[in-house]
Ligand binder design. Structure first.
Ligand SMILES: [Zn+2]
Length: 265
C-alpha cells in the first residue's frame, strides 16, 4: 500500500514540475511575442481586447428584448413585454441578461478564456456584462458565481464564472459571495443534450450549504455564468438559492444562445 502511494506520488510531482515549467515558458513567450486576438489569433495592434475585425463581428445584445429572459425581439413591442418562451415556461429566476449572442466570435472568446487560462480576458468580458446587466446590478446585494464541480475545477484550475463575477464586481461595486452555492454532484457536460436532458442532468446538482444560508437569506442576488444555453443550469441554481431563502434571483451571463430566426433588423 505504502509502495503504491509512493509510486503514485512520483508522477504527480513530475507532472506538477512540467506544468510549472510549461506555465513559466508560456509567460516568457507571452512577453516576447505581440499579443494575439483571442478570437482569430491575429496579432493585436494596441494589445487589448479583440482585433477590429472580430470586434465588428461580435453581436452585442441591446434592447428591445424580453423583459424576463433578455431574448432579443425582432421589433419593439413596448416596455415590459414578455417573449412567448417566458410566458410558456417561466424560469425560477426573475430576469436574465447577457452581453453578447453566442456566435462564432463569442464562442472563440469563451473557449480561450475557459480552456487556455486567458484570465486576462476577464476584465473585458466582465465589463461588457456589467453594462448589459446594469439595471440588475443597480438593485443587487451580491453576485453568486455558478460553481464548478471540484474535479472539473481541479482539471481546469479556475472557475470561469468566479473570474467573471470578480470582474463584474470591480466594474459595479457589487460584492461577490463565494461558496453560497455548492455543486453536490458532478454533472455531464451539457453540450449535445436536449433541453429536457439538460434539465434532468442538473436537477438537484446544487445546494446552499447550511452555514452559507445567512449570506443568501432575504438578499437580492445575481447569478453569474459564462454562457446561457437552455437556462437549465441557472434555473437549478436559482431554485436552490430561493429554497435557501433568497429574496430575489437574477441571472447575468457573458453570452446567450439566440435562435437564428431572431436576427435583428
Ligand atoms: Zn480577431
Amino acid at each position: 500500500m505504502a509502495e503504491f502511494a509512493a509510486e503514485s506520488q512520483a508522477p504527480s510531482a513530475a507532472r506538477h514540475f512540467w506544468r510549472g515549467l510549461h506555465g513559466a515558458l508560456r509567460v516568457a513567450l507571452d512577453l516576447a511575442l505581440p499579443p494575439l486576438c483571442p478570437s482569430c489569433r491575429e496579432p493585436l495592434g494596441d494589445g487589448i481586447g479583440l482585433c477590429a475585425d472580430c470586434w465588428s463581428k461580435l453581436s452585442f445584445i441591446e434592447p428591445p428584448y424580453c423583459a424576463r429572459l433578455g431574448i432579443p425581439f425582432l421589433y419593439d413591442p413596448g416596455p415590459g413585454l414578455l417573449s412567448m418562451e417566458a410566458i410558456a415556461d417561466p424560469p425560477a429566476y426573475d430576469r436574465a441578461r447577457s452581453a453578447v449572442r453566442y456566435d462564432d466570435v463569442a464562442r472563440a472568446l469563451v473557449h480561450r478564456f475557459k480552456y487556455s487560462d486567458r484570465l486576462d480576458l476577464a476584465p473585458l468580458m466582465g465589463g461588457w456584462m456589467a453594462r448589459a446587466g446594469r439595471e440588475l446590478l443597480a438593485e443587487a446585494d451580491a453576485l453568486v458565481p455558478v460553481p464548478l464541480h471540484w474535479r472539473r475545477a481541479w482539471a481546469r484550475r479556475f472557475n470561469q464564472s468566479a473570474a467573471l463575477a470578480g470582474a463584474i464586481s470591480e466594474a459595479s461595486g457589487v460584492p461577490v459571495v463565494h461558496g453560497a452555492l455548492k455543486r453536490v454532484r458532478a454533472t455531464v457536460q451539457q453540450v449535445g443534450l436536449s433541453k429536457a436532458q439538460r434539465a434532468e442532468n442538473v436537477q438537484g446538482a446544487f445546494r446552499v450549504p447550511p452555514e452559507e444560508k445567512p449570506q443568501v437569506a432575504g438578499r437580492r442576488l445575481v447569478l453569474v455564468d459564462d454562457v446561457l444555453t437552455s437556462g437549465a443550469t441557472v434555473d437549478t441554481c436559482a431554485r436552490a438559492l430561493l429554497r435557501a431563502g433568497a429574496g430575489h434571483v437574477d441571472v447575468l451571463t457573458f453570452a446567450r444562445v439566440v435562435s437564428p430566426a431572431r436576427t435583428t433588423i
